[in-house]
Design a protein around this ligand. Sequence first.
Ligand SMILES: Cc1cc2nc3c(=O)[nH]c(=O)nc-3n(C[C@H](O)[C@H](O)[C@H](O)COP(=O)(O)OP(=O)(O)OC[C@H]3O[C@@H](n4cnc5c(N)ncnc54)[C@H](O)[C@@H]3O)c2cc1C
Length: 403
Amino acid sequence: MSPLPTYDVAVVGLGAMGSAALYQLARRGARAIGLDRFAPPHERGSSHGETRITRQAIGEGEAYVPLALRAHAIWRELEAATGETLLVEAGCLIISREDDQVERRARTGFIQRTIRAAERYGISHEVLNAAELAYRHPQFILRGDESAYFEPGAGYVLPERCIGAQIGEAERLGAQVRLGTVVERIVPEHGAVRIETSAGTLLAGEVIVSAGAWAGALLGGRFARLLEPQRQMLHWFAIEPDAVPLWERSPAYIWPHGESLDDFFYGFPALHGSASLKTANEQYDALVDPNDFDRVVSAAESRAMFEANLKGRLRGIRPDVVRSATCLYTVTPDSAFLIDRHPEAPRILVVSPCSGHGFKHSAAIGEAAAEIAITGRSTVDLSAFAVSRFDTAGGTPSTGANG
Ligand SMILES: Cc1cc2nc3c(=O)[nH]c(=O)nc-3n(C[C@H](O)[C@H](O)[C@H](O)COP(=O)(O)OP(=O)(O)OC[C@H]3O[C@@H](n4cnc5c(N)ncnc54)[C@H](O)[C@@H]3O)c2cc1C
């Protein structure tokens, strides 16, 4: 029997996180292989739909800021290496009522927390009152009691291009890539990990599991409960011809409004020539099986999005939907990332940073994952994302990989 193919590190899932990890492993000269059930960039996971907001002062928690800062630097390096545009500094506005204290998952007091993070890390920003906001950004229809945080170095990244560039660079630097290959089981053995796939078995010294919405089912045990796939929707609405220039010049924006958790949406500038505006809100009661859920956004769902959020707030936007898509969040109980060694199988590194705000950090998370797999530790402190934060007194026992 011929020996199994053997690698220093295997990366399971080549979306936002896995493509970044594979690129960073290859840069460091590791014998690395990346496996994906589809052919990233694809439209079946969490990383499609043209754009993702990026910011550097992270109101979800200051532990994220070093990741965001590093990710921007890596994207600029990748742009220089590939000649691709990956990051557009269109700026980002967070619009909110000054006294907004609505309980929002990881985003209660979002503006104030963002301002504190910007001040602490010296991130360039402005705080605008409603009059300044209305004067500078007439595309927004305001009530008059809003204020806004504006970060000029924020904006958006182009997710499909980021993933494609990182996989391309990883291969150029010697990493192996196996697409259309489903990882079925990950089994720790003496001194290695056996990876059973739809196209045979291989061995690796370390495994990075960056399987996005599929990670919970693949890892099993407590991870199946901690990593919940949730269906999300993206909508592109038509812009009135006169308003197109206004929206092409717009920054990205995040706008919690009203008194309920659902009173929240965000959006992007109109991409040049598209005459359409991409916006989304968030669902936290739409648990799905990533292999079997309704991938079509209904006309009623887009209409509800327009009525609840856009109507009366965005100037020159028509209710006509020109495109829509579903996408998956992988949500943890506290909406924060989970990046840690598997408690029972330390050669398995679980990299599950979604909960709706992961892309902006992905280049840096891939680097940190590669550092851990190769040297045992990362430059950026990831302790805030440890699985042990979910341990309860008396303990919910972990059942381990495939357990
Ligand atoms: C609608 C929406 C809007 C978002 N907006 C933002 C935003 O504005 N800003 C931001 O920062 N973040 C945002 N996010 C979050 C961000 O996009 C995610 O954090 C990120 O894309 C997650 O990447 P991932 O690598 O974990 O998952 P994915 O990119 O989905 O990658 C997982 C990969 O694993 C593969 N895979 C799964 N199981 C297996 C298996 N068993 N064998 C082999 N391969 C496997 C899949 O095919 C897939 O390619 C948004 C997410 C969504 C859904």
